[in-house]
Design a protein around this ligand. Structure first.
Ligand SMILES: [Zn+2]
Length: 442
């Protein structure tokens, strides 16, 4: 998971630290290779984002009249976008823009290239319409695969997809993601509560996708039918499409006997899969290689620094059919800069998959010439450490490869002597952040 910025939403933002870790990640089982491609060292991620931002702004300018007019009014041609921070010169897009251009006015692809259209239920007036090319659908599926993998799902899981299938993005978005992950999907769609409970019970369902309020309804109805939800094999719930509170989460987890994950998304951006909680429930990880987040002051429109609350604004970095530039979500959020605890867990899992490494390690975050770097010090077994230098070097290379291969992250591995890394009485302190100590300019 991309861990440099976490998104905390709504009431989550009030007490992000209160959640702590709930699940011990088992070495080797904590991540799925599909969750890795979004993990890039920060500098590379920013480079990728800039490159994609320039392309998507160029595309929107060339193909979407409303956007071109607004850039022209500002006298800001797409070529002036030299750095990520220049995004603040671009105009916002709002829900009203989608309504005003109904149905196809913001499409940046011809209908020949649009392979699917979704629409929101229009509670007031006309719905908003969104479009996808085949590549857009592939991106959507890949972020959903990452999202499910982050919840600990994999082959062998049976996913009851109780999001509505149809114009709403939830059903098909979750469907293709779970299928591509290799899980078994039961496309039960929304409604028909008694049948949902029958399927949950009879099909050995291990994960469910629906709104959190509907799951609470399922728990209650199941009890009326004499079924205790927490006695079923169900272990994971992926809940989204509406805001929910920590007290709802506790109720769901206790009564349902499951672990509840918040999934975030909106049709205007892609559908579900913009962000997901990891098992630390420490806020949402955003898939920043495809969706660029900003938090703004909703009154002035100015960009807030990380750590301050404001309105979440998202830019699609890879969308073809309907790029959204600086879309105002109206969701109140905070971008947290500190790394999520799942970051060391993923490194640990990669290290321990290699024979000879011990579960005693330290991760050092450093900064050289303005670039963040990661060093890992890991203890090796006494037998190996007394062995020939060549053996140790081979081990070091295997560890380095394991981390790079599984996280897509280049780290400097140092092998440490047995018992040389400080033991801790309580929770081990794995990450040592030396970035503020190392000179910015050195
Ligand atoms: Zn995490």
């Amino acid at each position: 998971m991309q861990s440099d910025r976490m998104l905390l939403r709504g009431d989550d933002a009030a007490a992000p630290a209160a959640r702590g870790s709930r699940v011990k990640l088992e070495p080797g089982g904590a991540f799925h290779p599909a969750s890795a491609p979004d993990y890039l060292p920060l500098a590379q991620m920013r480079q990728l984002q800039l490159q994609r931002l320039r392309a998507v702004v160029r595309r929107a300018y060339d193909r979407v009249e409303l956007f071109r007019r607004r850039l022209d009014e500002r006298n800001f041609p797409p070529d002036r976008l030299g750095a990520l921070a220049d995004i603040q010169h671009l105009p916002f897009t709002t829900k009203a823009d989608l309504r005003d251009t109904y149905p196809f006015g913001l499409f940046a692809s011809s209908m020949q290239d649009v392979v699917r259209v979704h629409a929101s239920s229009g509670t007031t007036g006309k719905p908003i319409v969104v479009a996808y090319t085949q590549q857009d659908l592939d991106v959507w599926t890949s972020v959903m695969v990452r999202a499910f993998a982050a919840c600990g799902l994999d082959h062998g899981d049976v996913v009851q997809n109780a999001y509505g299938y149809g114009l709403f993005t939830g059903g098909l978005g979750a469907h293709y993601g779970a299928e591509a992950l290799g899980a078994t999907v039961i496309p039960v769609s929304g409604g028909n509560t008694d049948r949902q409970i029958m399927v949950l019970k009879d099909f050995n369902v291990t994960a469910i996708c629906c709104t959190p309020s509907y799951f609470i309804h399922l728990i209650e109805r199941a009890a009326e039918l004499g079924v205790r939800m927490r006695d079923l094999p169900l272990r994971v719930g992926i809940f989204g499409a509406e805001p929910w509170t920590e007290s709802m989460r506790r109720h769901i987890e206790i009564e349902g006997g499951i672990q509840a994950f918040d999934i975030y998304g909106l049709s205007e951006i892609i559908g579900p899969g913009v962000g997901i909680e990891c098992p630390y429930h420490n806020g949402l990880h955003i898939f920043e290689d495809h969706f660029y987040p900003e938090v703004i002051d909703p009154d002035t429109g100015s960009v807030m620094p990380d750590g301050e609350e404001g309105e979440l604004v998202l830019t699609t970095l890879s969308k073809q059919a309907m790029p959204m530039i600086r879309y105002r979500t109206r969701d109140i959020s905070v971008l947290a800069a500190e790394p999520c605890p799942c970051f060391p867990s993923q490194i640990e899992a990669a290290l321990l998959a290699v024979e000879g490494a011990l579960p005693h390690y330290e991760i050092l975050l450093t900064r050289h010439k303005g670039l963040d770097a990661v060093e890992v010090h890991v203890e090796v077994t006494p037998e190996l450490f007394s062995d020939k230098i060549g053996t140790l070097e081979a081990l070091r290379q295997r560890l380095s490869y394991a981390v790079e291969h599984t996280l897509g992250l280049k780290v400097e591995i140092t092998l440490a002597a047995p018992r040389s890394i400080q033991r801790s009485e309580g929770k081990a302190k794995r990450v040592i952040d030396r970035r503020s100590l190392t000179s910015e300019t050195s």
